[in-house]
Design a protein. Structure first.
Length: 212
């Protein structure tokens, strides 16, 4: 029987075309948001700039907010996987740190977009609320993993306190990525060191709780 290798090519081409279209929409949206502001930019504007129909926009994104945070679902899936599939002996903080280290190069390469996203959220309450919902999802993932480490229900006080502290450390790392002020950490190692300082405290704290 003759093997027809080319039968699989169209599917690959379709996927690459879909990815290019998605990137066109993101690039057009972020460019317009930077130039005009979030509220002044419509979905029709984004579609026109990306050279697609408005219905094509909705095939990729359910809303303008989803374009601003276009990578959130992928990032959260990665975090959920890191926390679920921990290496032997890893606790929540080890898995979180490993995931962050793997993502940090990508985050640093997108610093300009991070600055724009921060500005847009400061200017639009609805967008800030959307970001808050995203961070709530991160908190939920961490809370579940920390509760498992402590062998307690997620609603118990100790997991909630540790999760709140972990979120504070995670947020501080985000701030160092977004902040270009003089004296702020510049390199990947320097930025990661900010998070590691907090992790020393958190690891010691959860270790003491586990020993009780």
């Amino acid at each position: 029987m003759q093997i027809r290798y080319y039968e699989h090519v169209p599917e690959g081409l379709r996927e690459r075309k879909k990815q290019r279209t998605r990137e066109q929409i993101i690039d057009a949206a972020m460019r317009l948001f930077a130039e005009r502001g979030y509220q002044a930019t419509t979905i029709a504007d984004i579609a026109a700039a990306a050279e697609v129909a408005p219905r094509t926009f909705f095939a990729y994104f359910p809303s303008k907010e989803a374009v601003v945070f276009h990578d959130v679902d992928r990032n959260l899936d990665g975090l959920a996987t890191a926390l679920r599939d921990r290496l032997p002996g890893e606790n929540t903080f080890d898995a979180l740190r490993r995931w962050i280290e793997g993502m940090l190069d990508e985050w640093l390469a997108d610093e300009d977009e991070a600055h724009l996203r921060k500005r847009l959220c400061s200017e639009d309450e609805g967008l800030a609320n959307f970001e808050g919902g995203m961070m709530a999802r991160v908190h939920e993932l961490l809370l579940g993993a920390i509760a498992a480490d402590l062998d307690e229900p997620p609603g118990a006080l100790r997991p909630r306190l540790v999760a709140a502290s972990t979120m504070a450390a995670f947020t501080s790392l985000g701030d160092t990525i977004e902040d270009q002020a003089e004296g702020m950490p510049e390199t990947k190692a320097e930025k990661l060191a900010v998070f590691d300082e907090a992790m020393v405290f958190l690891r010691a704290g959860i270790g003491a709780l586990q020993d009780r």
